[in-house]
Design a protein around this ligand. Structure first.
Ligand SMILES: NC(=O)c1ccc[n+]([C@@H]2O[C@H](COP(=O)([O-])OP(=O)(O)OC[C@H]3O[C@@H](n4cnc5c(N)ncnc54)[C@H](OP(=O)(O)O)[C@@H]3O)[C@@H](O)[C@H]2O)c1
Length: 249
């Protein structure tokens, strides 16, 4: 059994990798650097291989697909991503464009291709990491929120297509709230609400994905927020969420 995880070397992805290894899966991890890889290998009793690709670069996604075309992968997890916070007058447009390329373009290219591979053999599981951000709208982090809405919406559509074709292939979407990882540093943010541990979120996500749960929302607080998001006007949500994270500088 083999699982491929993008962004599988740190944070939530690393914990999903360890959880899958405990269940006997060999791992193929993808990220830009191999930082964190030694620790993962020391915690895993299954094979761990690594590809260094910058998935915000479209070409690297196709290189990854080429490299893995003859490997019989059972689980594909599109998890690599990052956020960005700041005032419209200060945020770096290049960083936001790069974020859209990673969070959306890469997630789309790889998810679609792995779904096609899995549909052809009528076997396999896909998990995409969206965010609780997909349930709302927020100022100062609106581009990140929009990228996660894309992932959430894409997953919903593919879920229905798979059901319609009575495929044995499954897709799940992970929607966590704040999690204590490297996310804050890269987003230039500081969470002002409580965050979950990545160990908990990673294990929870894998447990639910293996049970074929579609929407995976870790933590009681975010589950409750999700319920209220269905009946709360978007303008109210964006007002409530403007203080969700402190903007550094
Ligand atoms: N932490 C949260 O509060 C939170 C909440 C909801 C959703 N999420 C989502 O969870 C996912 C994982 O984030 P995390 O919190 O675990 O962050 P993290 O600790 O920063 O981990 C991100 C992972 O993605 C890899 N990565 C980053 N840029 C990449 C690129 N251009 N190409 C390939 N790999 C790349 C990183 O490795 P390298 O740096 O070596 O490339 C790392 O393995 C993201 O999609 C994020 O949006 C996070």
């Amino acid at each position: 059994m083999i699982a491929l995880i993008t962004g599988g070397t740190k944070g939530i992805g690393k914990e999903m990798a360890i959880s899958l290894s405990k269940r006997g899966y060999d791992l193929i991890l993808v990220s830009r650097t191999d930082k964190g890889l030694d620790e993962i290998k020391s915690k895993c009793n299954t094979n761990v291989s690594f590809y260094s690709f910058d998935l915000s670069n479209e070409e690297d996604n196709y290189k990854l697909l080429e490299e893995t075309k003859n490997i019989d992968i059972d689980i594909f997890i599109a998890n690599a991503g990052y956020g960005d916070i700041g005032y419209i007058t200060k945020t770096d447009t290049d960083k936001e464009v790069n974020m859209i390329k990673l969070n959306d373009i890469s997630t789309f290219i790889l998810t679609k291709e792995f779904l096609k591979r899995f549909i052809a053999k009528d076997k396999g599981k896909v998990l995409v990491t969206a965010s609780a951000a997909a349930f709302g709208v927020a100022p100062y982090m609106n581009i990140y929120y929009a990228t996660k809405s894309f992932v959430y919406s894409m997953a919903h559509g593919y879920y229905r297509e798979l059901k319609d074709m009575k495929s044995k292939v499954t897709i799940s979407v992970l929607c966590p709230g704040p999690v204590k990882t490297g996310f804050e540093e890269r987003a230039n943010a500081k969470f002002t609400i409580g965050s979950l541990k990545p160990e908990y979120v990673g294990e929870y996500a894998i447990k639910k994905m293996l049970k074929n749960k579609f929407e995976i929302v870790p933590g009681f607080g975010i589950k409750t927020a999700h319920l209220f998001s269905h009946i709360t006007p978007k303008k109210t949500i964006s007002k409530m969420l403007r203080k969700q994270s402190e903007i550094k500088d």
